[in-house]
Design a protein around this ligand. Structure first.
Ligand code: GLU
Length: 368
């Protein structure tokens, strides 16, 4: 796994890399970052930047304290700060003859298939034009329920949509440690993670959650999405100047290797959903059928929770509430409530109209 072999690289930078604790913009650092990007671009590598900082720069302009602002105010602050953020990028990157564009995403843009395909096409066209898309969450309209909330997971979904080879999360620590390095002298940097569940079993992620702007938890969730998408992911320290060159030269960071996945792009997208809208609990017979690659029928459903519409992402749980699959529902949650436990030939009578017989078709489902 080498960065130099990556054709498409997504790089996420957090607010703390752009604005220091004295609210000063780290202009020198951003220049050194742009210089690194120029080197990658000169080698024909395609770059996407996911940058936070709208709220931090909005607060700076308005002289507000980030901690004291409520959500609706923070949406306005983000609207003020986003333009500051893009001006900062544009001014710095133009010095290196790099062209940037802006993409603001809301959760639905990656979680709805049609919209995610539209976004994919936009990224591809920007690559063709030689532009570097700079992405942020559309904070100005995102409310709590429909928010990524952290740019780590947003960046991993962007990596998946763009088919990136590598996602780099630039953080304020060198990577993932065995313990919290700020309080444990014997904490060791984990250089490579092949299997997230196995390799990190002994590690208390919550216990080392203090550092890193989005916390380690969201970074591990991002890594899971990347593994399934077949992208490598790196957690590296972005506080140094020339942070990308540092990764190439020193490799003092944590790499998450991708899983070799034979899943079709659509199924990769289904399995990586960030916000499933509901759960369906199934019996053992249905679980067995799923394992054999069959569709989920109403007869095997024991319970349903959450509110979802036809086409929404849902989780399939076994009797012990362990997740066994994810898929797109062919029915709304209200409809599932009416037909669960019933044989397929009763569906028409129960609903009063002709409908499919599968609650989740096998082509719309991925086993976990
Ligand atoms: N989108 C937010 C901003 O631009 C930041 C979210 C995050 O830091 O993860 O301020």
């Amino acid at each position: 796994m080498y960065l130099k072999n990556s054709k498409i690289i997504v790089i996420k930078i957090g607010s703390s890399l752009l604005v220091d604790e004295n609210k000063k913009i780290r202009k020198k650092w951003l220049s050194s970052f742009a210089k690194d990007i120029k080197k990658l671009k000169d080698k024909n590598q395609k770059i996407v930047i996911v940058s936070s900082g709208a709220i931090a720069l909005g607060c700076k302009k308005m002289n507000f304290n980030k901690k004291n602002i409520k959500l609706d105010k923070s949406q306005a602050i983000a609207s003020i700060g986003q333009i500051e953020l893009m001006n900062l990028f544009s001014q710095t990157f133009s010095k290196f003859k790099l062209n940037i564009s802006q993409i603001l995403l809301t959760l639905e843009d990656t979680e709805e298939r049609r919209r995610s395909l539209n976004a994919k096409r936009t990224f591809e066209n920007l690559f063709e034009l030689g532009f570097i898309p700079v992405v942020n969450e559309n904070d100005t309209i995102a409310t709590t329920e429909i928010k990524y909330g952290d740019n780590d997971r947003l960046a991993s979904r962007v990596a998946q949509i763009t088919n990136a080879d590598t996602l780099i999360l630039l953080s304020d620590v060198d990577g993932l440690f065995t313990k919290n390095p700020k309080v444990n002298k014997d904490a060791k940097l984990i250089k490579i993670v092949n299997d997230i569940n196995k390799d990190l079993k002994e590690i208390n992620i919550k216990g080392i959650n203090e550092y890193g702007s989005g916390g380690m938890q969201t970074k591990i969730e991002a890594a899971k999405i990347c593994q399934l998408a077949g992208s490598s992911m790196i957690i590296a320290n972005g506080l140094y100047s020339n942070p990308i060159s540092k990764i190439i030269e020193k490799n003092n960071c944590t790499w998450f290797s991708p899983k070799v996945s034979k899943l079709h792009a659509r199924k990769k997208w289904i399995i990586s959903s960030i916000a499933p809208k509901g759960n369906i609990v199934i019996d053992d017979g249905a679980k067995k059928a799923l394992k054999l690659g069959k569709s989920l029928l109403a007869a095997g459903i024991k319970n349903v929770s959450g509110r979802f519409n036809k086409g929404d992402h849902i989780k399939v749980l076994d009797k012990k509430n362990n997740e066994c699959a994810r898929g797109l529902s062919s029915f709304s949650s209200d409809e599932v409530k009416k037909i669960m436990g019933h044989h397929s030939n009763e569906i028409q009578k129960l609903l009063g109209y002709v409908a499919k017989s599968e609650v989740i078709h096998k082509d719309d489902m991925v086993e976990v």
